[in-house]
Every structure is written in C-alpha cells, then in structure tokens.
Design a protein around this ligand. Structure first.
Ligand code: HEM
Ligand SMILES: *[C@@H]1O[C@H](CO)[C@@H](O)[C@H](O)[C@H]1NC(C)=O
Length: 466
C-alpha cells in the first residue's frame, strides 16, 4: 500500500516537474532550420559570413566559468590564436605527410585488431576502429611517452560521452523518456568531471616537464599538447603582442579533449558507414579492392598512395555526402532581419541549424540522392570536382566539413586518415553482411551521426600475412 502511494506521489511529482520545466525553460522555437544549400551558401559564405561566425555558447553552471573549446570560442582574437596555431602547426605537419609512419603503424594495429576478431561469426567493428584511430590521434596529441592506462581511461570517457549523448538528446523531448534514462543522464551530466579526472594529471605532468626541460623532447615528434602549453593567447579584445597569457590547465583540458574527440569520432563514424555500404554492395567493394591492390607497389608508401586513389576518394565522398558525421552545423545569430528563405532572424536573434544530411541529398543537385553510388564523383559525374569545403564561387552540393569562417580545420588530416584506414581494411579483408539480420542503415543524430544498430559484419581475410 505504502509502495503504491509512494509511486503515485513520485509520478505526480515527475509530471509536475516536467510541466514546470517546460514552462520555464528557454523557448526552443527560436531555432531556425535550414535544409536548402542555396540558403546555406548565402548565409555562411557569400552574404552574411560575419553574422554567421559564432556557435552557441556551451551550457553554464552557476558559479563556474564557461569552458570553451575552439568550436565554442566567440569569433575573435582568442579563437583566432588557438585555431591558427592548430592549423599552422600540427595540422600543417599532417598535411605535409610528416605523420605517414604513424599512420601506417595505426593502420597495422587496426588490421591486427580486426584479425583478432576473425573467429567470431559476426564482428562489431566500431570499437576496433575507434581504438586504432584513437591511438593515432592520441600520439599526435601527447607524444609517445604517455601511459597506456591513462590512454585507456581517456578513450573510455570519450566513448562513454559519445554513447550517452545520443540517448540523452533523444530523451529530452519527453519526461517519460527522461525518467527512463535517468541513470544515463546522470552519468552524462558528470562528463566534465570525468574529463578532468582523465586528462588533468597528464596535462599537469607535461607542464611540469616542460618547465624543467626547456622544449625537451629530443627532436622527436612535437606533441600538440606542448603547443597548447606554450601558446600565449591575447587577453580580452587586445590583438596586440602586449597582453598575452598562457592557457590555464582547465582550458588546455578542453582543447585536448576537443582534439581527441573531433579527431576520432567523425572518422570512426565515416569508416563505419563506409564499411556498411561496402558490405552491402560487393561490386563497389571489388572495384575499390582492385584499385587499392593495384596501387600497392611497395607497401611502404601505402598511406601516401591511398591519398591519390580516385575511386577511394569517390567512395569516401559518397559516404560523407549521405552520412555527414557531424549532423548539424549550428550558428548563434544576432543580426536581426536576415532572411533565410521565408524565415527571418527575429529581434533578439536566433539559433540557426543547417542540416548537412539534407543538403547532401538535395534532389535538385543529385540524381537518386538516396543511392550509394561513388561513380557520381568520378570524371563526368554530377559530383566531379566538388570541394570538401565549398568556396566563394561555387554552389554548395554538400558540406560535410561545414562552411564559412568556422569550417572544419581538420579536413585534410581527417580525409588522409580515413583513406589510409579504409585502404588497409579493404586490401586485407573481404566484408559481407552479417549471417543474420542484414545491415540496418537507420541513422541516429547525436553528437555524431551514427548507425542506430552498430555495424556487425562477416569478415574474411583476403591474404595471409607474409
Ligand atoms: C571526417 C572527419 C571530420 C569531419 C566530417 C568534421 C566535420 C566538422 C564540421 C561539420 C565542423 C563544423 C563546421 C562549421 O560549423 O562550419 C567541424 C569543426 C571542427 N573540427 Fe572537424 N571534422 C572532421 C575531422 C576533424 C579533425 C581530424 C580535427 C582535428 C583534429 C577536427 C577539428 C575541428 C575543430 C577544431 C572544429 C571547430 C572549428 C572552429 O570552430 O573554428 N575535425 N568539423
Ligand atoms: C604554436 O604555438 C607554439 C607555442 O607558442 C609555437 O611554438 C608554434 O610555433 C606555434 N605554431 C604556429 C604555426 O602558430
């Protein structure tokens, strides 16, 4: 009896809270959604680039300062300093091929990971891919002398964030779902705390190391973390050389976690979606295998040669067009009166959301837009010569890396890693749908666009290790 009363009371409380919260929460109808590539081009690139240069600020908690990453910093000197250091330093070295040996090692680790799973009838590949990609990005970020246990810990925190985010966002709309997912939601709310726990010791130890050994890593790979620790950013609005300051440990943690997250999760999503399509379409897989195997004289150059394979490039583009790993590009816009098609930015501003999946599937641009058909990107196809990041002069056909002032700085590195990994996976293994159930192409739009049912595949080895 008492139990029933308690239950009734609890239920009443939950209903009251959900109604109360709905009434007090900031109304969400100030979000404008854009599906049309022409409107995206006008807003982000051609007409209103400056007004569309900020993302919404991250959530604040009372008494705590906002914690920024590059993607959330307001458009201005501090953002410019951190972003240009990233692009001018580690991402530039990546573009110049400085990390090809590391890529090759990571690809070999990936093959070893898949090989170890071959005994099972259907293999879930997501975590195997994540482990390999994460290992690579982590080496770029921390150098070689990071503790394997610390790394494992970081990888788990990231993966946990990734897994809970989609569920938490999906459950936001109804109180019943919120109630059902309370455990996951509580864990999700603790993400920042666990991030600090996982990253702070490494950041602090490296700072101590750098102050005692001036720039000392013996001429080896200079890790991204060192750049962050030595970087001086302008204070406030002053872009001059006079008032610059070092980043705090808490800030460095955010940039490190952004680097690891941005660098791995999108790649993992793209590789998983691509493998799903290759498993479903053996003729495309065979064509790709032939190209990869033929371009394979001297395996030493595998990472570099993967970059030049046109069909591989087309396959990756087709995957990014259909399943852009970052589902939405979001901007916080204050310029009242800008027209977005029929909608207008209201007084007080708006949050504008560009739906990348819709933009890539526009029927005005693409024939059979829902079809996975890499050939459309080859010479003479409707997607021939399409830019990864749309420029000033072209119409937008797809924008998986965003567009305008805040487009993704990791385009070249992301593409290089994806191609290197896919080439290796297709060269070594044959991919087929699982024994039972087929492949479910349903998407979930969370922090990344992921497969609702994580991919399971039947894998056979094509060649045996020499
Ligand atoms: C397939 C791989 C990747 C995809 C599809 C991707 C996609 C995106 C997209 C759509 C955005 C938002 C752009 C906009 O708002 O206009 C973005 C931003 C960003 N990405 Fe990537 N990304 C990838 C890989 C990477 C890599 C490897 C890095 C670096 C390690 C990276 C770092 C960033 C950063 C720092 C931002 C924020 C930029 C800013 O606000 O100035 N991304 N990415
Ligand atoms: C990035 O910052 C580090 C530390 O200040 C510096 O040594 C490096 O030259 C910078 N690179 C670029 C391209 O800004």
């Amino acid at each position: 009896m008492v139990a029933v009363e308690l239950l009734t009371l609890g239920l009443a409380l939950a209903i009251f809270l959900s109604v109360f919260r709905r009434n007090t929460a900031r109304p969400r109808d100030d979000t404008l959604t854009v599906y049309d590539p022409a409107i995206a081009r006008s807003a982000l690139i051609v007409d209103h680039g400056d007004a569309f240069a900020n993302r919404p600020s991250p959530p604040t908690r009372p008494g705590r300062p906002v914690r920024h990453s590059i993607s959330s910093l307001p458009y201005g000197p501090a953002w410019r300093a951190v972003r240009s250091n990233l692009t001018g330093d580690i991402l530039r070295r990546a573009r110049l091929g400085a990390f090809a040996p590391l890529e090759r090692e990571a690809a070999e680790a990936l093959v070893a990971g898949v090989s170890a799973a071959l005994g099972a009838s259907d293999v879930a590949v997501r975590h195997i891919v994540h482990r390999a990609i994460f290992g690579l990005i982590a080496r770029l970020c921390f150098g070689d002398d990071i503790d394997a246990r610390d790394l494992g810990n970081m990888r788990r925190v990231l993966e946990e964030f990734f897994d809970s985010y989609a569920v938490v966002k999906a459950s936001e709309s109804s109180w019943l779902a919120r109630l059902r997912q309370w455990r996951l939601r509580r864990r999700y709310a603790g993400t920042y705390g666990r991030l600090d726990e996982a990253f702070m010791p490494t950041v602090m130890a490296r700072r101590r190391h750098l102050t005692t050994h001036q720039g000392g890593n013996g001429g080896g790979l200079r890790p991204h973390l060192d750049s962050l620790l030595e970087l001086r950013v302008p204070t406030d609005d002053d872009d001059g050389e006079h008032s610059r300051r070092a980043l705090t440990d808490a800030e460095v943690v955010m940039f490190v976690w952004e680097f690891l997250g941005a660098g791995t999760l999108s790649l993992m999503s793209c590789v998983e979606w691509t493998l799903a399509h290759l498993a479903a379409k053996p003729e495309i897989q065979e064509k790709l295998h032939r190209e990869v195997a033929a371009g394979d004289q001297g395996k030493d150059d595998a990472a570099a040669s993967a970059l030049r394979l046109p069909y591989l490039h087309a396959v990756v583009l087709e995957s990014l067009r259909l399943h852009p790993p970052v589902p939405f590009v979001v901007r916080e816009v204050h310029a009242e009166g800008i027209a977005l098609g029929k909608a207008v930015v209201p007084p007080g501003g708006a949050r504008v959301r560009f739906v990348l999946g819709a933009i890539g599937r526009d029927g005005q641009v693409w024939s059979d837009p829902e079809e996975f058909r890499p050939e459309r990107f080859l010479d003479g196809g409707e997607g021939e010569g399409v830019s990864l990041v749309p420029g000033q002069k072209e119409i937008i056909k797809m924008m998986p890396f965003g567009a305008g002032r805040r487009h993704c700085p990791g385009v070249a590195m992301g593409m290089a890693h994806i191609k290197c990994f896919l080439a290796e996976l297709v060269r070594e293994f044959e991919w087929a749908p699982p024994v039972e159930g087929g492949i479910d192409f349903t998407e979930v739009d969370g922090f990344r666009k992921s497969m609702k049912t994580p991919l399971r595949v039947r894998i056979t080895r094509r060649s045996y290790p020499k």
